[in-house]
Design a protein around this ligand. Structure first.
Ligand code: MLC
Ligand code: AMP
Length: 486
């Protein structure tokens, strides 16, 4: 007997609806035969890129790569030239899977292309690959350099999804609605593989809108997944729109993650809809490690206890283990167990640095309350910005801005934003007179990296505040700007 399948329902010929994107949907049987048709074209590849538009074809491509046992690299279709070039050279995919009508940028045109035909008829699926084999390579930002490829094995995906299903009573009867991008673990692993592993249904909105959420939750959908920016927008809308408030109130579960849901938005949603949003915490490298349980306490600002298979400890700044459950003593979250990644692609140095005695160091700081729930209180590194649920390294943006001829020196920070959580702020010493316009710098970053990484605010300074070592003192930037704005 081989290993248990990652997507068991694909081995039956179920006629139930699996996935719906707008007017287009597929049953499990169609998903299986369309994916099986791609398998022969994929199976000899070492890795494949998937052009991850929010569309059925992206999911079929993902299922085909998983069935073939070939690691898939989801590609954000809005990546800029610099970041895409990095991904292509770092992951070195042998081919790219796309929807037939998709236009891909030059960096991907050099690769052989395999179009996903939703009506194609494939045969039997190959035997289940080894659970330890890599399934996905997901790029995520760190504090230095370009994004790193996080290599996730099949075993991490199945262990995490089963743990979440147990925590939330998530079953084949659930219809999940969301509008998350399909190139990060939130949208792709939880949002697509979650329903598919359980035999349930996903209704994807294509792009986020309050109206779309209201329509789906007013219809068949039972659960909503979103980032806090989406809940912030829903909170404001639900206060004005009784139909939306009623639809949110009917849901079996509203789940927020990827960034901190503010206490105020949690309370506004509770007041307008009667729903207490369930929060969960995780990282690309560890998948989801903590979640409020359906039958457990839900409190604003807390992300629930560790999931069953996850080992989690809090470590103080001296390396001691925090035993206290007093909601006061802060420690860095370390995690271990079956949901962990295999390592960063091509970066054994970065992988070794991220681990301590077999535990993955998340860099997130938390307290533990008496019932075992964690409260996230910050990050060890201030050089990661959390904006709209995306994690953005300041170094990536600084490097991109330095390539603009009008930028002499630059520092990038995050500042609080009611909608995005944090927004990207650039502090620029101009190299041209007049200095480059803020919108031009935003366009420049959006072109090289991705639009969500563009600075939303630009300050111009005559010089950056530096210490004796020449390092920029980021905490002094606001004061320096006050004294030296042009
Ligand atoms: C505006 N735009 C520009 C621009 N100004 N483009 C180029 N240059 C400029 N100067 C465009 C944008 O591309 C976008 O286009 C539109 O204007 C608005 O952009 P935005 O303001 O950046 O975002 P918005 O559409 O408002 O999106 C908010 C959001 C999004 C919440 C929907 O941030 C989002 O989807 N976040 C999800 C992130 C996520 O999934 N994270 C999970 C990571 S996994 P257009 O055409 O797109 O409208 C993880 C682990 C875990 O963290 O725990 O889950
Ligand atoms: P990523 O590596 O893109 O997957 O982002 C993971 C980071 O998102 C974590 O290290 C946390 O800082 C943050 N994060 C995820 N979920 C939550 C949450 N519920 N509350 C606060 N921060 C979160």
């Amino acid at each position: 007997m081989g290993p248990a399948p990652l997507l068991p329902i694909l081995h039956q010929s179920a006629e139930a609806e699996a996935l719906r994107f707008g007017q287009h949907s597929v049953t499990y049987r169609r998903l299986r035969v369309a994916a099986a048709a791609l398998v022969p074209g994929v199976s000899s590849a070492r890795r494949v890129a998937i052009w991850a538009q929010p569309a059925l074809e992206t999911c079929v491509a993902l299922v085909a790569a998983l069935a073939a046992g070939v690691p898939a690299v989801p590609v954000n279709p809005r990546l800029g030239t610099r970041e895409l070039a990095h991904l292509v050279s770092d992951a070195a995919p042998d081919l790219v899977l796309t929807a037939p009508q998709a236009t891909v940028p030059p960096a991907l045109r050099v690769l052989p292309r395999l179009d996903v035909e939703l009506q194609a008829q494939g045969g039997a699926l190959p035997p289940e690959p080894d659970p330890e084999s890599p399934a996905l390579i997901v790029y995520t930002s760190g504090t230095t350099g370009p994004p790193k490829g996080v290599v996730l094995p099949r075993r991490a995906l199945s262990a995490d999804l089963d743990a979440l299903a147990a925590a939330w009573g998530w079953t084949a009867q659930d219809v999940l609605v969301h509008a998350l991008p399909l190139f990060h673990v939130h949208g792709l692993v939880l949002g697509v593989l979650g329903p598919l592993r359980l035999g349930g249904t996903l209704h994807h909105l294509g792009s986020f809108s309050v109206e779309g959420v209201a329509r789906e939750l007013g219809g068949a959908a039972t659960m909503l997944f979103g980032v806090p920016t989406m809940y912030h927008r829903l909170a404001a809308a639900a206060e004005q729109d009784p139909r939306l408030a009623a639809a949110l109130g009917r849901a079996r579960l509203l789940v927020s993650g990827s960034a901190a849901l503010s206490v105020s938005d949690y309370q506004r949603i509770a007041a307008a809809t009667g729903q207490h949003v369930v929060q969960r915490y995780g990282m690309t490298e560890s998948l989801i490690t903590c979640a409020a349980r359906i039958d457990g306490p839900r409190r604003p600002g807390t992300v629930g206890p560790p999931l069953d298979p996850v080992a989690l400890r809090l470590v103080d700044e001296h390396g001691g283990i925090v035993e206290a459950s007093d909601d006061e003593t802060v420690g860095e979250i370390d995690v271990a167990g079956p949901t962990l990644f295999l390592g960063y692609l091509n970066r054994p140095d970065a992988t070794a640095e991220a681990m301590r005695d077999g535990w993955f160091r998340t860099g997130d700081l938390a307290t533990r309350d008496p019932d075992g729930s964690l409260r996230l209180v910050g990050r060890r590194a201030t050089d990661l910005i959390s904006s709209g649920g995306y994690k953005i390294g300041t170094a990536e943006i600084e490097n991109a801005l330095l390539e603009h001829p009008g930028v002499g020196e630059v520092a990038v920070t995050g500042e609080g934003d009611p909608d995005l959580g944090e927004r990207v702020v650039a502090w620029v010493v101009a190299a041209s007179d007049p200095p480059p316009a803020a919108e031009e710098l935003a366009q420049h970053v959006a072109r090289l990296l991705a639009p969500h990484k563009r600075p939303r605010v630009v300050h111009y300074l005559p010089a950056l505040p530096r210490n004796e070592m020449g390092k920029v003192c980021k905490s002094e930037l606001p004061r320096a700007a006050e004294h030296g704005v042009r």
